[in-house]
Design a protein around this ligand. Sequence first.
Ligand SMILES: *Cc1c(COP(=O)(O)O)cnc(C)c1O
Length: 310
Amino acid sequence: MALHIETPFLPVASDIGAGRELWAKMESMQPAGSFKLRGLGALCEEEVARGARRLVSSSGGNAGYATAWAGRALGVPVTVVVFETTGAAVRKKLAAVGAAVRVHGAGWDDAHAEAERIAAETGGTLIHPFDHPTLWRGHATMIEEMARQGPRPDAVVLAVGGGGLMLGVIQGLNDVGWSDVPVVAVETKGAASLAAAIVAGRAVTLDRIDSIALTLGARRVADAALAACRTHSVRSVVVSDHEAIAACIRFADETRVLVEPACGAALAGIYENASALVHARRIAVIACGGIGISLKQLREWSARFGVEAA
Ligand SMILES: *Cc1c(COP(=O)(O)O)cnc(C)c1O
């Protein structure tokens, strides 16, 4: 049985311009806090069925949490390697679902290298947070649901970290016959590895990550993500951390739901009227969610960026 749940696909009462509609796929409501449970649940199930006896994740939060959640449901121990900037609250949540938490390095790449080492040393199975076909197939289920739940959108807006969400969404759009629906791929300045790769026309590794949207902090996207931009209409948008936080606050007011800045980034692409969306009347956003948010954290960020609730 799938570990994720079917989430609502809701019209949001939001003034995004005359005659325009905003619809949100509420992945923030997944029991593990984000869409990650779809793909990682499927991948962990597959690996355990193939004999995995320990799962090892490299993640600044949501992927690790979804892996820990899946491991607990499947009765398999999980080690999650986070990095130094991963907040204490997230580490605590990981431990609370039974994961062994290790801290390694300044960013995701360092944590991932350590996870590879631990997997080799313990005979564990490395669970990649964004680069695996089973994971993309799991993420694609959200579009299958959307096609049953609501109208066909003119564009799907989502956040990009390593590109796993985008690959799953594109696969889902193809599966349901919506392959001509463009995807608007939003990143924050300082974590814009897809935007850099599109401009360069080849894979690019950023020197460093500089954004509060830690969940988007892959220095290099999956090769498949760049390749998908050549076969599907993908428009890249970059927003600021400030805009992402403002969007988190506005979305909370409009839906009474808290989301991470990673999700705020996707929303900011809409609220800030990205030119990539000028011809879209009905816009669907993947409200990807995230466990790295709380009232306290949102208050801190809004003070730091000088953003007030309306
Ligand atoms: C993982 C994650 C992303 C980015 O997904 P990728 O597959 O890495 O592109 C965006 N938002 C949230 C909340 C996430 O957990």
